[in-house]
Design a protein around this ligand. Structure first.
Ligand code: NG1
Ligand code: MG
Length: 513
């Protein structure tokens, strides 16, 4: 495996051939430039772009600091930029569905204001702008930076609200554009990733760091092993060769799930539940855990470290597979033993488990972000997290040391993906009937393993399929899912829902003609 050095910079490229290998993008870039000239009267100075990603395995565990296995795709968000003399951020989207937006910058150097209750597309730009502005202030501690105005045209090929991380792609591209236009001509991948990770929290989503890492560190023909502890580290690796070759088909369920709007019952509630689980375990085993989760509590990774330190005097787990397997299996066993209420805990019951009052429960967990629930599913969520983290290690092991026969490569990777899906469906409740239908059809038509990818509750699924069966799989989904579920769709719309993309390059600045 090649290890990406920590100080590698976000590249600047001059040719589109360095960015894309599947679809010729010249006409697209020309159209972006034409729109720019039409709206602003001259050409953009540069474009920043950042890709979406598909997660192969390791779902809903990044915010618990467990490693994940995504890959960047070639679909991306491009922002064409010119510095302006106004104090305005002017945003135009080539997709008319997103109306133009103008943000007035403070002449005193205050940060842009982000309204948590409004997740329109420009808010995501503001998230990226804000963290870039914070960085500018950090590197110039003696003065308060007043960012310059920006004229922009945005063009995206990552479908929104579909689990392919259009939001992270946009935020990474926005932060990169803001840095550059304000004079930062080189930035390390780690720095850009770190600032992007915290940025969506300004919109009230307590995301982990998978999407931003994949978007920034993407590498053609490689998947990424992303570790968050002890430090953020992205290791690119190649897929094993097999006959027929491995391929991944991404199928969008076309069920939209806006993470921001559904956060109280979906994404943020899961973040709260896994944090609660970590703190209950810490309380039972009388260990202190670092308060470093997105909502300022302990994490399930933190508990794992503290437990082994206390019971065995063990050092922090460094990611080594055999040791990780042992520790994660132990964690899953503890979860099964400790959480006796398998169907969930009421607020009263959760407070008792933690030995705190309901008021304290509210202050520490439930009041950090609005959440709605009948029962807190502490047992099911924690079991998913530890077992999914284990599956990531198993998947990685198969990738790096593949069995000698191709059939076994497909069956071992495929079965881990199927298990992941089933756990997300039954323990994490982040699938939906449509995604379950898609996975079922796919498995009956050549897929070796099928799962929901990304946050879920709608959005995309990913299928591991021998390359020679990919067409069969796609036509089965077309006939049995899209035409049945959405009879009005044109063939072209169905084609677009089946995103086929090779692993692509990460964030970069394009300065070509
Ligand atoms: P998507 O698929 O972009 O909504 C979200 C989180 C990830 C991760 C996955 C679930 C954001 C920006 N991303 O991804 O950090 O937790 O869900 O594995 O919120
Ligand atoms: Mg997103």
């Amino acid at each position: 495996m090649t290890v990406v050095t920590t100080d590698e910079n976000v590249p600047e490229v001059t040719s589109l051939d360095e960015i894309y290998s599947t679809v010729d993008q010249r006409a697209r870039y020309q159209a972006i430039t034409d729109t720019f000239v039409e709206k602003y009267g001259s050409e953009p100075e540069f474009m920043s772009r950042s890709p979406g990603r598909v997660n192969l395995i390791g779902e809903h565990i990044d915010y618990c600091f467990f490693s994940v296995l995504p890959m960047a795709i070639e679909s991306d968000i491009v922002i064409a930029v010119r510095k302006s003399n106004s104090h305005l951020l002017r945003l135009i989207n080539t997709d008319a569905e997103f109306s133009p937006s103008t943000v007035e910058l403070s002449t005193a150097g205050d940060y842009v204001e982000i309204d948590k209750t409004n997740s329109d597309w420009a808010s995501y730009f503001k998230c990226g702008h804000l963290v870039a502005h914070e960085y500018l202030n950090q590197v110039n501690p003696s003065s308060k930076i007043i960012p310059v105005g920006m004229d922009m045209v945005v063009d995206g090929t990552v479908p929104a609200a579909s689990g392919l991380s259009s939001s992270a792609a946009f935020i990474c591209a926005a932060a990169l554009a803001t840095l550059r236009v304000n004079g930062v001509s080189s930035i390390s991948k780690r720095q850009l990733t770190s600032m992007a990770i915290v940025s969506e929290r300004h919109l009230g989503v307590f995301s982990g760091g998978m999407d931003q890492s994949a978007s920034v560190y993407g590498k053609p023909d490689h998947a990424l092993y992303v570790q968050f502890m002890p430090k953020l580290k992205c290791t690119p690796f190649k897929f094993p060769s097999s006959s027929p070759p491995l391929s991944f088909v991404i199928a969008n369920s076309l069920v939209h799930s806006n993470k921001h709007d559904t956060a109280p019952t979906n994404y943020n509630l899961r973040v709260v539940e896994v944090s609660l689980a970590a703190e209950v375990l810490a309380h039972k085993f009388e260990v202190e855990i670092p308060q470093d989760s997105g909502i300022g509590t302990g994490t399930l990774r933190g508990f794992l470290e503290a437990f082994f330190k206390k019971t065995e005097g063990a050092p922090p787990w460094d990611g080594e597979v055999v040791e990780g397997t042992r520790r994660l299996k132990k964690m899953a066993q503890l979860v099964r033993e400790v959480f006796t209420k398998k169907d969930g805990y009421t607020k009263e019951e959760a407070a008792i488990e933690l030995g705190i009052s309901e008021q304290e429960l509210y202050e520490k967990f439930l009041g950090k972000t609005p959440v709605r629930f009948e029962k807190l599913q502490i047992y099911a969520r924690a079991l998913h997290v530890y077992e999914e983290a284990l599956r990531v290690l198993q998947y990685l092991t198969t990738m790096l040391h593949p069995p000698s026969d191709s059939a076994s490569i497909f069956s071992s990777l495929g079965s881990l993906m199927d298990q992941s899906h089933s756990s997300l469906d039954s323990l994490f409740n982040s699938s939906c009937p449509e995604l379950n239908t898609i996975c079922k059809i796919a498995r009956a038509n050549g897929s070796a393993g099928s799962r929901v990818t990304g946050a879920g509750f709608g959005g995309c699924s990913v299928h591991l399929v021998p390359l020679d069966k990919a067409e069969q799989l796609k036509s089965a989904l077309k006939e049995q899912y899209y035409k049945v579920q959405f009879p009005g769709l044109s063939d072209e719309q169905i084609e677009q829902a089946l995103v086929v993309s090779k692993p692509g390059i990460g964030s970069l600045v394009y300065t070509g003609g």
